[in-house]
Ligand binder design. Structure first.
Ligand SMILES: Cc1ncc(COP(=O)(O)O)c(C=O)c1O
Length: 435
């Protein structure tokens, strides 16, 4: 029996069956190095999904690993009850790249934790409870994070928190009535006003949004929408929380943060995934004034938040990015990826839209460009065929029909060329499918 078969069998025996696993025959990974990973049977793959946009500076990055090793010999755990040097060093380092004023941090262990904490802080600061989120958004797996999430398939369990209301997302590719972009953006802003007027008391704690909705299929929010929404929310007393869990750390190119393409300033920003190259760490950044508002309102600790090993990894990850793999480089390599994907779109009519920014490119697949009927089976086919060529990509979107292409930020021109070649071949195979 192959090692992969054995592991897949044991997975079934010991792990919850509702774990989402990619591929009809799941892929147990063994090791990684820079842009590549190997499965347990020894097959090599070019990784263009980076463990869900998380291995930001490459698998087994030498600098990150050395920093973890160094910390390993000192202190693995302290909890947030004790200040420790690496926790503080990481806060200082992060403060060098966060937007001006957002220089006070809470560290947690997951994106879910960060989003929950951010909303709680907004509620404490404003004294209001009600929250606006966007349809197609994703915030995580806790009961409250699922309440923020705007996709039915990710909202398992009993009815969710009633004080979260979801406004229409400016998913311009699927605009209502095929409206043009400007008209649809305005319609979404009108809808936001309407949601507030009809479903809330008018006094808001916050709105949370992702500059590019990751799990939603890289739906890229138009700057005009984000600006308009921020104005509306603030007029109702609410704060703006920007979820940079997927879009942060230069991935979108040119700027460190995805919202910086859109001309808005958040009051609170959350981040995770790429923050520490795969070590479990998340952060909430805000102003000193907003952070101060929670003092005296109740106690808070986090046992694993800001874990010393994760913070050590975070320091080295940001150093790597600042020195070698920053936003300008992401813009440059991302432009190559985007233009290559656009060439593939000329060749394959099942590509409905290419969207995203930098090294975060979505490819929405449709049965027919006119009807835009979502083609989930073709997206599955693309994952399977890419895997055969030795390429890992992701998928997402409400209909599961959008390919998510987001390599580690260390990807070079040659890696992009290799990925495009493999995608080209995978598309040619998928075009043979019966659809
Ligand atoms: C935008 C966004 N926010 C929050 C989360 C939740 O993060 P985690 O899975 O680390 O809890 C995710 C996870 O995919 C995400 O994409």
């Amino acid at each position: 029996m192959k090692q992969s078969e054995l592991l897949n069998q044991k997975q079934k025996e010991h792990l919850w069956p509702n774990h989402l696993l990619y591929y009809s025959n799941p892929l147990p990974l063994d090791r990684g190095e820079d842009m590549y990973v190997w499965d347990v049977d020894g097959k090599k793959y070019l990784d263009f999904f980076a463990g869900i946009l998380t291995t930001s500076v490459g698998h087994n990055n030498k600098r990150v690993n050395e920093r973890i090793q160094e910390q390993l010999g000192k202190l693995i755990h302290s909890s947030t009850l004790y200040p420790n040097a690496v926790h503080i060093e990481f806060a200082e380092k992060l403060g060098q790249i966060t937007p001006e004023g957002l220089d006070t941090f809470y560290f947690g262990a997951s994106g879910t934790d960060a989003d929950e904490t951010a909303v709680l802080l907004a509620q404490v600061y404003t004294g209001n409870t009600e929250v606006i989120a966007l349809r197609h958004g994703y915030s995580g797996k806790s009961q409250f994070a699922m309440s923020l999430t705007g996709q039915g398939v990710w909202r398992m369990g009993p009815p969710h928190v009633g004080y979260v209301r979801h406004a229409m997302t400016p998913y311009t590719y699927r605009a209502l009535g095929n409206m043009d972009e400007d008209t649809f953006v305005q319609a979404c802003l009108d809808d936001l006003q309407d949601v507030i007027a009809t479903m809330t008391s008018g006094k808001l704690a916050c709105m949370i949004m992702e500059p590019i909705q990751g799990v939603g299929g890289f739906i890229t929010l138009p700057p005009k929408y984000m600006q308009g929404a921020a104005e509306i929310i603030r007029a109702h007393g609410g704060l703006i929380i920007i979820d940079e869990v997927q879009t942060g750390f230069g991935r979108t190119g040119t700027h460190w943060w995805g919202h910086q393409h859109c001309g808005i300033t958040p009051d609170i920003m959350t981040m995770a995934k790429g923050i520490a190259n795969g070590m479990p760490l998340s952060a909430v950044a805000t102003t000193k004034e907003i952070a101060q508002s929670a003092v005296g309102k109740g106690l808070t600790i986090s046992t694993f938040g800001g874990n010393p090993l994760a913070c050590a990894a975070g320091v080295a990850t940001i150093e790597e990015m600042m020195e070698s793999y920053g936003p300008d480089r992401c813009a440059e390599i991302g432009a190559m990826l985007e233009s290559g994907l656009k060439k593939l779109a000329e060749k394959y009519p099942i590509i409905g839209q290419i969207r995203g920014r930098g090294l975060m490119q979505g490819v929405e697949l449709v049965i027919d460009r006119e009807t835009k009927e979502p083609a989930a089976q073709l997206a599955n086919g693309m994952l399977e065929e890419s895997r055969k060529t030795g390429l890992l990509i992701g998928k997402g979107g409400m209909h599961g029909n959008t390919l998510r292409i987001a390599p580690p930020l260390i990807a070079t021109k040659e890696h992009v060329e290799e990925a495009l070649e493999k995608l080209d071949y995978a598309f040619s195979q998928v075009m043979e499918m019966d659809f």
